[in-house]
Every structure is written in C-alpha cells, then in structure tokens.
Design a protein around this ligand. Sequence first.
Ligand code: HEM
Length: 434
Amino acid sequence: MTRPSSAEPAPSTAPQSPPPGCPAHAGAVQLGGTGFQTDPHAAYRAMRRDHGSVVPVELPGGFPAWLVIGYRELHQVTSDGELFPRDVGLWNQWPHIPEDWPLLPMVGRPLPSIYFSAGDEHRRHVRMVGPALEGADPFEIRSHCEQLADRLIDAVCSRGTADLVADFCEPLPVLVLARLVGFPDDEGGDIAQVLKDLADGGPDAQSAHQRFGEHMARLVAAKRAEPGDDVTSRMLACPEAFTDEEYMLDLMAITAAGHLTTADWVSNSLRLMLTEDEFADSMARGRRSIGEAMNEVLWEDTPTQILAGRWAVRDTQLGGQRIRAGDMLLLGLGAANTDPLIRQNMSGTGGAASQGGNGAHLAFSHGEYRCPFPAQEIAEIIARTGIEVLLDRLPDLQLAVPVGDLVRRPSAFLRGTTSLPVRFTPVRTTGDLS
Ligand code: HEM
C-alpha cells in the first residue's frame, strides 16, 4: 500500500489514446503543473468558473477523471458508498493503464487492506483497525510525542538554525506512529527512512516498499509471540479471522496514511504561524493560537488536497455532468473547503470558516471511507503536542529565508512545504538541563 508520493515524475510512457467518447477529454484540465503548487485556490476558482462543481480532468498519460470541487457534491459522493465506493477495481481505464504508470502507487490496486478494499470487505477491516487505534491512550500518545519531539529538538537546538521540515515535521509523526503500532525505538529510524524513500518516489521507492512490508511482517510475528499494549497486538486480538498479509497491509496503511498527512499539518501550521501577520504574535499568545493555526490549515491549506478516489458503480449525473459506470472521481478536499457556496453561508465569520473552531471541513474526507475518527484524534495530538514542545523549547523561532523562497511539494495531491529553514537563539539540550 502506498499513498501519494510527493514527487510525481513525468510519465515514462507515451500518452495512450483516450477511450472514444470520453467526456473528460472535452476541455479537460491537466492535473499538474506549477499552478497547483503555488496557488491551488486560483486553479480551483478558474475550474469552478469554467466547469462548475465537477471538473473533467486529465491525469498524466491522458487518463480521464472527474475532480469534485463543490462542497455539496463532495459530501454527496462521500456519503453514498453504494453508488460511489472506493473500489478501484471498477475503474474503466484499467485496459489502458501501463504497468509503469507513475500514479499507480497512489491510485492503487484492489488489495486485502483497509485502504484498498470496498463494501463488506472494507467494513470487516474497519472493525479490526478502528478499535485497535481507539485503544491508544491519548495521554500516552502525548507523552511519546513530547519525548520524541524533545529528542528531535535536542539534535538541532545548540545550532541556532534548522530545517523544520526535515529535522522535525517529517520525522515526528512517523516516530510516534512506529511506537504506537509497537516497534521498538531502534527500528523507528528505519521506518522513518523507508517512508521518506517511498514519498520521494525515487529509485529507492521499490526497495523501500519491500522493506516496509518486511518490517510489518516481523512486527506481526513478534506481537503474536508476545502481545503488548500497542495497535498491532490489539489488531491480532480482534475475534474475526485475518491473514498475515491482511495484518501487514493494514499496518502499512495505518503508518503510511498518517505519516505525510500529519507532517504536512504540522509544517503548514508552523508556516502559517511564522509568516502570516495575524499569527505574528503567536509566540506571545501561546497555545490558543496553535489550535487556531491548525484549524485554519485544515480549511485553507489542507494536507490532502486531492484524493483518488471513488469509482461510479453505474451511469449517473453529478453536478450537471454525466458520469459513466467505472469513471474515477477524485475528491477535491482542498477545493471543497473553500467552495464560495458554503463560505458565503457561514454567517458571522466573514467567510473565515476556521473561526471558532468550526470543524465542518472535509480535510479528513467524509462517509464510510473517511479517515477513522481515532486516527484523526491521534493526528491532532501529534500535531498539537509537537508544535507546543517546539515553541516551548525554541520560543524565538524565525523564518531564515524570505517567505517567497519557500517551495511547495511538487504535487497537486499533497499540500506541504519542501523545507522550512528557521533560526533561533541556541539553547541547551534536555540532557544538559537535567
Ligand atoms: C492531518 C492528518 C491526516 C489527514 C489529513 C488524513 C486524511 C485522510 C484521508 C483524506 C483519508 C481518505 C478518506 C477517503 O478515502 O475518503 C484517510 C484515510 C485513512 N487514514 Fe488518515 N489522515 C490523517 C492522519 C491519519 C493518521 C495519524 C492515521 C493513523 C493513525 C490515519 C489513518 C488512516 C487510515 C487507516 C485511513 C483509511 C480509512 C479507511 O479506509 O477506512 N490518518 N485519511
């Protein structure tokens, strides 16, 4: 199981000819290019103007899909798991997709995993994974997070400079997740490296995927022999029968789904706090402004901008477009959050949806395939605790480059920053202080 990689290489195969009569090829929008990185909301506005709430788009290689950017339409699609299941096996483009299609790891193939199964089979996995995640004690997650955040800050705090993305935002969630699923700390570093290689999508991605599976297979064997207080042991204790492959794939899904998303939530929130005037006094206002920045990010700058997806079971209509059986619908989570139709209706907030902790955003998606609620809570604890510890330890953090030099991930699907260089007054490590 692999989630979107941050790098989407140019397709190595010549574009296939589009299937005859395909609606997505009439004025379809190319899903890529720098516009999505620099100012996705401008791209969404143009699409809304030209196509409405459901946009015909073209994926690399010329493959058609629909990008759902209306809040109402996205709510409709994600609420109707019968008509629009997350069942990639239904895709009507499979006969045209080459083996080396660069988006294949992101779109996925039918697999016995929570992330790539649908209907009853998916519900069976949810019955195992949901309670296993729910069993994680929030106080313990917080304590792991404080310890690991301190460790990461100790590695840079005497230098006075750091790249917050590489040194903090990216490693923190994966190290916490590795502990929660039950890895000993000395394997956490390798899991972090594996996920980095996977996300980079470079030549090491293939072997990283294999190492990832091997780590999980060893973990399942170890926890079967000696259960502990961790997600894997709770999954194994589920009374329903699962194969070792299913445990392994679900553990990969949990870790991979939570890693970059949470990292980007942390880095986008820190970026906002370091660059926007209204958060400029964030250090002085302390913890309250952390929650505000985090909620603002889920509305305006959400980590999962676009997600593949849902597939139509039969011919239907959506947002005035004719959808055919087997068409792919991409979930435009970032676009739907800023749909003017709902923002105008948010009376009393001047259209600023995040104010007052409004949680009606679609950052975690919606419906039966959404990010599980306990996973959302885990992400929240990791992000909030990480930022709190960072600001407690390095209270005079400042961006070390002009804001215009910050570069977004080269992806229409994921919204993050490739690096966040900062400077601060050097401080002592926690070891020096004790
Ligand atoms: C800011 C952080 C996060 C964001 C934005 C996020 C977002 C999402 C989204 C958009 C989906 C797909 C929903 C769909 O297809 O409709 C998803 C699924 C999932 N996420 Fe998260 N996620 C985050 C953190 C996490 C964490 C920390 C974990 C693990 C502890 C996690 C575990 C999962 C799992 C297992 C699924 C598959 C659910 C299913 O198929 O039933 N996520 N997440």
